[in-house]
Design a protein around this ligand. Structure first.
Ligand code: FAD
Length: 191
């Protein structure tokens, strides 16, 4: 951990043991990078497997500005959030969200080997659509489609993971006789 990844606000919410699980469950990664002195954040799908914890994969058109920029070795920040709940309180200031999130820093390199590229794309498809089988439920990509698709391997150099859990923490939220209402809107689908 360096100054860049040290959680200063609510350090008790650091969940370093959960970082791989959060990346493995996430659906959308927000990629932050600087190009020509300007900051950009773009949403991307991604592949992640805790068996290779420091590697994360991206794909996109070889013509994509973001893909080309990252393939050239620009530093990238990758953020993934799982939104677990909306927390409402009897007091305005204590409305909040329950979440698990990871912020990673790293650099990318393009995967040029055709077989490796195909294998990563297949694993990525399986992560999003676990019940579907290549060759049965969907046909493989044509060579031309593969040539037009870049796959990037992001080597994660540093990361931090943070989570908020539980109910509202306002000064009157534990008092059922206080005016107003409080609670959590569960977004996990388990509540
Ligand atoms: C859930 C999700 C998953 C995605 N997954 C992928 C993926 O796996 N691979 C992939 O290549 N692309 C993906 N995209 C699209 C991606 O966000 C970019 O639009 C795309 O990669 C083109 O990036 P670019 O820098 O080349 O675009 P450019 O057209 O060069 O970007 C120029 C400007 O367009 C605007 N812009 C670009 N993208 C968006 C956006 N998504 N929303 C609003 N404004 C935007 C920004 O202002 C940006 O600075 C995904 C988008 C979403 C919402």
């Amino acid at each position: 951990m360096s100054q860049r990844t040290r959680i200063r606000r609510h350090p008790e919410r650091a969940v370093p043991e959960e970082w791989q699980d959060i990346l493995a469950r996430g659906m959308v990664a927000h990629l932050g990078f600087v190009q020509d002195g300007l900051p950009y954040v773009l949403p991307f799908s991604y592949h992640y497997d805790p068996a290779q914890p420091n590697l994360l994969y991206l794909h996109g058109s070889v013509k994509s500005r973001a893909i080309r920029h990252l393939a050239a070795g620009a530093p990238v920040c990758v953020e993934v959030t799982l939104l677990d709940g909306l927390v409402y309180s009897r007091d305005a200031q204590y409305h909040s969200m329950n979440y698990r999130s990871v912020v990673c820093f790293g650099t990318a390199r393009p995967i040029s080997d055709k077989a490796e590229k195909e294998a990563i794309l297949e694993r990525m498809t399986r992560r999003y659509f676990p019940g579907r089988t290549l060759g049965q439920d969907y046909a493989p990509a044509h060579p031309q489609q593969l040539r037009g698709t870049a796959v990037l391997e992001v080597r994660i150099e540093e990361w931090s993971a943070k989570a908020r859990r539980g109910g509202p923490r306002g000064p009157r939220d534990a008092d059922p006789t206080a005016p107003g209402t409080c609670g959590v809107v569960d977004l996990t689908g388990k509540g």
